[in-house]
Design a protein around this ligand. Structure first.
Ligand code: FES
Ligand code: FE2
Length: 441
């Protein structure tokens, strides 16, 4: 549990809050490049860290991220004309470049120097791996982007996607570092006979109460969850938390899995999940796994609308109880009766409410990583607020060069030593057999 004060501290990210200031030390994923698909394409409403912003791609291809309210008299720049290297407010024609400077003020006399005196709030952006990154922080020269392998792959080898979730960002993130829910929320209706023998899936279902190790790292925190496997081996799931809001989950093979999952706050009660990964090189799913509803993946999305909350919404949501199929749930066809692993996660974290009061919790052994990550975040936010300490990773992009995944280790092996090479990013491991995962998604 957390005290109400600590819960507020760790959850809220608006301008001026301790956690909001912490986020503003880093570059954060703001939108997909595909949301501003072409030069001079439509402006886009983007809600980020509690700030209402307008994204636009100018005539030269640069992406601007500018304050919603025109600095002249507050009209929304969403209605602006994206034309000739700038966004023009349609109320009185003031025009802004992507960096917020005025390129035209047609209702001011030509001799006026007003133009050089005022500037719109506009945040620096960079594009990489299908993501438009934004820096909302105080430095005149922003720090480097984090070396997240999944976002640094050559064109044609990466994939990036986004899904909005209607709850606080930390609720979403905590679901990703809570390894024991896999055997329940997602796999509870299965028995080992429905999985390929001696795979990760098999042992996940066979032993649903793993033991844990968790440590602090220079980029955040890492856990290893282990349970018995065959021939004196243990099945280890090793996952990463990286400041301020990334998780690398351990569903696939350590050494082969290349992904990063970003839980980016839109405001305190909405977040945008960004998934970044290598295009799948996985073994084909095992048909014996079963367990998902036959007719839908659960990941179908509504068409995006231009609303602040209109981007990347699932069809299955709280308003339709995530299209739960009670008969399917009752018949043990699927534990939840909700189609799709990500939708099951979405349903359950949203069901906690838009911003969970964590003073009601009773945390157990399986929550060690959740506890550790909260502590890391709160310590870093306080150190920044009280002593001006730059939080982990901001000036050290290289610390992000890590991987997550599963592996088999001999009983009694030192898990850190035994996995040191496998946890390094940007290394090929042709010797590893992808089939050992059993096909976990
Ligand atoms: S309000 Fe934008 S130009 Fe006047
Ligand atoms: Fe999950």
């Amino acid at each position: 549990m957390l005290s109400k004060e600590d819960n507020e501290l760790v959850s809220r990210v608006g301008p001026g809050t301790p956690m909001g200031n912490l986020f503003r030390q880093y570059w954060v994923p703001a939108l997909l490049s595909s949301e501003v698909p072409a030069t001079d394409s439509d402006p886009l409403r983007v809600l980020l860290l509690g700030e209402r912003l307008i994204a636009f791609r100018d005539t030269n291809g640069a992406v601007g991220l500018i304050q919603n309210h025109c600095p002249h008299r507050g009209a929304s720049l969403f209605f602006g004309r994206n034309e000739e290297s700038g966004l023009r407010c349609v109320y009185h024609g003031w025009k802004f470049a992507t960096d917020g400077t005025y390129v035209d003020m047609p209702n001011e006399p030509a001799e006026s120097d007003f133009k050089s005196k005022v500037k719109a709030v506009a945040y620096p952006t960079q594009e990489r791996g299908g993501i438009v990154w934004a820096y909302l922080g105080p430095r005149a020269t922003p720090p480097p982007l984090p070396d997240l392998e999944a976002n640094m792959l050559p064109d044609g080898e990466w994939q990036a996607n986004a899904t909005m979730r209607e709850c606080n960002w930390l609720q979403g993130l905590e679901g990703d570092i809570d390894t024991s829910h896999l055997g329940f929320l997602h796999f509870r209706a299965r028995d080992p006979g429905q999985t390929a023998a001696n795979t990760f899936d098999y042992y996940t279902v066979k032993e649903r109460a793993p033991r844990y190790k968790a440590i602090d790292t220079d980029y955040g925190a890492m856990y290893g969850a282990y349970r018995p496997a065959h021939e004196n081996l243990n099945y280890w799931r090793i996952a990463q938390f990286l400041f301020p809001c990334y998780v690398m989950i351990p569903t696939y093979v350590l050494g082969l899995q290349v992904l990063a999952r970003a839980w980016v706050p839109m405001d305190d009660e909405h977040m945008m999940f960004f998934g970044m990964s290598a295009r799948s090189r996985r073994a084909a799913p095992n048909p014996a796994r079963g367990g998902t509803l036959p007719t839908r993946t659960g990941m179908e999305k509504l068409p995006n609308s231009t609303d602040w909350y209109g981007r990347f919404r699932l069809v299955a949501d709280a308003r339709n109880d995530y299209l739960i199929d009670r008969e399917w749930q009752r018949s043990r066809g699927d534990y939840t009766g909700i189609a799709g692993v990500p939708t099951q996660d979405q349903a359950i974290t949203e069901s906690m409410g838009p911003l969970l009061d964590r003073s009601i919790e009773h945390l157990g052994t399986s929550d060690v990583m959740v506890i550790r990550v909260r502590r890391r975040l709160m310590q870093a936010a306080r150190a920044l607020a009280e002593d001006g300490v730059t939080p982990p990773g901001v000036d050290h992009p290289e610390v992000y060069r890590v991987r997550s995944g599963g592996c088999f280790l001999p009983d009694g092996a030192d898990w850190l030593e035994a996995t040191a090479e496998l946890r390094k990013a940007f290394i090929e491991h042709p010797e590893l057999d992808p089939a050992m995962s059993g096909g976990q998604a």
